[in-house]
Design a protein around this ligand. Structure first.
Ligand SMILES: [Zn+2]
Length: 537
């Protein structure tokens, strides 16, 4: 979106009467500087001016007094999976009600273009196609135009997924691409980033990313680098193989000469508990690296990601019969080049979100195994044979590591969520509480544990991710910037969503503005959708 009429950063000439004045609040402008009592005006979808209380504010068409509350830039969620939410749940209540005004999708190697099959679209929409029309976009630009036409509740920026590109060119083949195929793959990445994608993502524990060698990713990262994009990675292992996997991501950044961003950084499995400071040191010592985190001690993933690359879910029946012992070792202990998701965690800490039988939702694999009269590994195979697309939650991280990572200045707050609603897609499932609570939870943690000043935590949610992901004129309360603004009570803000009862909205937020439009407020509870597709640069 272009700048407002007559405005440039720092000055505003044209709008004689602003649309809105927010006054008597505490301004936390996103830069990390000390908060101050002041006011802010919004005009034509942009921030008109920001002032201190001793400077008289201009009169505006309407005024909202926000005494005792913080006025901050809307939060930017750089790790989100709401790729198709604008078409399925455009109100995105679980997102906007956290104070989030922009999400970055296309993460973990999966993006909405190229979209090689309808099944892939349904996967992206988390198995809830709802009213989703069959996507017909033939280019990256067409996807972004479809978002604009849908007008979601929040802004959407997107990465192009290496996995989606690989599937489009190689199908389900597990071999390396030929030079010609690699050229085609590069072309997809180059075109997408030239058309506004913020970079390229990988998901190296998922099919088909799991089959890609480092070299293949370096080549695609170079294509992103040529257009100014970054490299975001769900790395090859977050437990036993954590350090090797972070090293691979950093190597790709060095060789392709582009910024590296490690997605949902964590120390997963007791094998690496207590080592958060070591992995953070790798990020800090790198030439150009950042990371993000959801502040919870459990992950959410697909049960099929427990399978080694030689045993894809589609062939599981045959492989499980022919090579059962090797498969069991790979899944429960791991192999040289494949990290087990169970090792150092245990089946009793793996809880089903979706299940072939509703009574198993929210139950552990161990519980299901007891029900079936089987060993947990056998129950795992049976579950995947009945439904290869099952989602699960793994209670695999330690509180101390989560807190250490959350307090790090180079780690942004991000949800890894897909937009949901109590009465919408996923509303009957025991989803991960991060879907509803990530940002308020991080603010509450900083306040209650004194781990970071408020302005430092807000900075990790706003200006830092905006700069890193090329979201120009967002993430700061500065004249001329897009008026993405959240108003919250710093003493009251907190999450209420839990693993037991996840479909619960946070408290303490009163107003969320998206592009100058009141997208949600506590008093009206109405959602007026004003999100747009955000292009890099
Ligand atoms: Zn991921």
């Amino acid at each position: 979106m272009a700048g407002p009429r007559g405005c440039s950063p720092g000055r505003c000439y044209g709008a004689t009467v602003p649309d809105l004045l927010l006054t008597d609040g505490t301004i936390v402008d996103g830069s990390g500087s000390v908060p101050f009592e002041g006011w802010l005006t919004i005009a034509d979808g942009h921030i008109g001016a920001v002032g201190r209380m001793h400077e008289p504010p201009p009169s505006a068409a309407s005024t909202i007094r926000v005494a005792g509350q913080v006025v901050a830039p809307g939060f930017i969620d750089v790790h989100n999976h709401s790729d198709l939410s604008p078409f399925v749940v455009p109100d995105m209540p679980s997102t906007i009600r956290q104070g989030v005004t922009t999400v970055v999708v296309g993460n973990c190697g999966s993006s909405p273009w190229p979209l090689s099959s309808w099944d892939e679209a349904v996967d992206l929409a988390y198995g809830e196609p709802g009213s989703l029309p069959r996507p017909d976009w033939r280019s990256w630009s067409a996807y972004l135009e479809a978002i604009d036409a849908a007008t979601p509740a929040v802004n959407i920026a997107a990465l192009i997924g290496h996995g989606s590109v690989r599937r489009e060119v190689l199908g389900s083949q597990r071999r390396a691409p030929t030079p010609e195929e690699l050229d085609r793959m590069q072309g997809f990445v180059r075109d997408a980033v030239a058309d506004g994608a913020v970079g390229v993502s990988t998901g190296l524990i998922y099919v088909p990313g799991i089959s890609a060698a480092t070299e293949e990713i370096v080549v695609l990262a170079r294509a992103a680098a040529a257009e100014g994009g970054l490299y975001a990675s769900h790395i090859r292992g977050e437990g036993r193989d954590l350090f090797r996997a972070v090293a691979e991501a950093l190597e790709i950044g060095d060789r392709a000469e582009l910024p590296v961003h490690v997605s949902h950084l964590k120390c997963e499995s007791s094998r690496v508990w207590g080592r958060a400071a070591e992995v953070l040191a790798m990020i800090h010592d790198a030439a150009d690296a950042t990371a993000d985190q959801y502040p919870y001690t459990a992950w959410n993933s697909s049960l099929s990601s427990f399978l080694p690359p030689w045993a894809p879910a589609g062939d599981l029946g045959t492989i499980a019969r022919a090579d059962r012992d090797r498969l069991r070792t790979a899944v429960e202990i791991g192999e040289t080049d494949f990290q087990s998701s169970v090792d150092g965690v245990g089946w009793d800490r793996i809880v089903l979100v979706t299940a072939p039988e509703p009574r198993w939702r929210g139950r552990s694999v161990t519980d299901v195994a007891t029900d079936l009269g089987l060993e947990p590994f056998e129950a795992f195979i049976e579950l995947l044979e009945r439904d290869p697309n099952l989602a699960c939650i793994g209670h695999a991280m330690s509180h101390a590591d989560v807190d250490t990572i959350l307090a790090d200045p180079l780690v942004f707050v991000a949800s890894d969520a897909s937009a949901t609603a109590p009465d919408g897609p996923g509303g009957d499932l025991p989803v991960h509480p991060r879907d509803y609570g990530t940002f308020p939870r991080a603010l509450a943690a900083a306040r209650d544990r004194g781990s970071l000043p408020l302005q430092a935590m807000v900075r990790k949610m706003t200006s830092l991710p905006a700069d890193r992901f090329g979201l120009r004129n967002r993430g700061s309360l500065r004249a001329g910037y897009a008026a993405d603004v959240v108003v919250f009570d710093p003493a009251a803000i907190r999450d209420t969503s839990t693993f037991e009862a996840p479909h619960a909205f946070p408290v303490g937020i009163s107003h969320v503005f998206v592009n100058g439009v009141l997208g949600w407020s506590r008093t009206t509870a109405l959602t007026q959708r004003a999100g747009i597709a955000v292009r890099r640069g």
